[in-house]
Design a protein around this ligand. Structure first.
Ligand code: DX5
Ligand code: ZN
Length: 231
């Protein structure tokens, strides 16, 4: 996967510009590989891949075999969002399948700290996510272990929901916690992101905007992505 590694290095070193991560949940699953190419060519930094288990959230999407199948289609960074219980069971499968970032939920059952350590041992970037009603303090204990905090601004499980207004203040609070930690950690925001809510989140301190239904409504999402990256 030399192409993928090269792309990732260039992007990580390029600047501290806002990163845009289209959520493939809103793409056409019948041609997922082509959809990846489409978002990469539109200038997206990462492809956000939502894994749901029908237990942590009501829906089921796809697992590691699908991630592995689409990995050769594109060199784009794979940002895998695990909405699953007891995630430590599956982190190796997703690492082997070609994930770059693997994020687990603080609310999930099981050994979350162990899952984050395992992701790091596997040479991938660990992330911790929290739901809209989960207080920011719940992730503080994981900051020493992660490269990304994924702030949910909708209840996980479905695309196309309305942005929760407490998102920006949570992002600002997490930004302060990260500064105090002295670590270099990206803040991503996921759920109900559009031109208006995305700008609010960037102003509050978000680094990565995850967006599904809003971006995929554009036949050509390149101008929208370019606009967001300038914020
Ligand atoms: C929701 C997922 C999101 C979802 C966002 O559980 O984690 O990534 O795709 O979709 P929109 O942008 O439509 O809210
Ligand atoms: Zn997601």
């Amino acid at each position: 996967m030399e192409t993928c590694d090269t792309l990732k290095r260039e992007r990580n070193n390029s600047s501290d510009m806002v990163k845009v991560a289209p959520s493939m949940l809103s793409s056409d699953f019948s041609k997922l590989g082509q959809e990846l190419v489409r978002v990469e060519e539109a200038g997206a930094d990462w492809a956000h891949l939502d894994v749901m288990d029908g237990a942590f959230v009501p829906n089921i999407t796809f697992g590691a075999p699908v991630v592995k199948a689409i990995r050769p289609c594109s060199g784009i960074v794979f940002d895998v969002h695990l909405m699953i219980q007891d995630p430590i069971r599956y982190v190796k499968d997703f690492a082997d399948a070609g994930a770059d970032y693997i994020t687990v939920h603080t609310e999930a059952e099981g050994d979350i700290e162990g899952a984050l350590r395992r992701i790091r041992e596997l040479g991938k970037h660990p992330g911790i996510s929290l739901n809209p009603d989960t207080p920011v303090e719940s992730i503080e204990r994981y900051l020493a272990l992660v490269d990304q905090v994924l702030v949910m601004t909708v209840q996980p499980g479905f695309g196309g929901q309305k942005f929760r207004d407490n998102g920006p203040s949570k992002i600002a609070a997490i930004r302060k916690m990260i500064s105090a930690s002295g670590r270099d950690i990206l803040i991503s925001v996921d759920g109900g992101i559009n031109r208006e809510t995305g700008k609010m989140c960037v102003d509050a301190g978000a680094d990565v905007l995850v967006a599904g239904s809003y971006l995929f409504r554009f036949e050509d999402m390149a101008p929208e992505i370019a606009l967001w990256k300038q914020w």
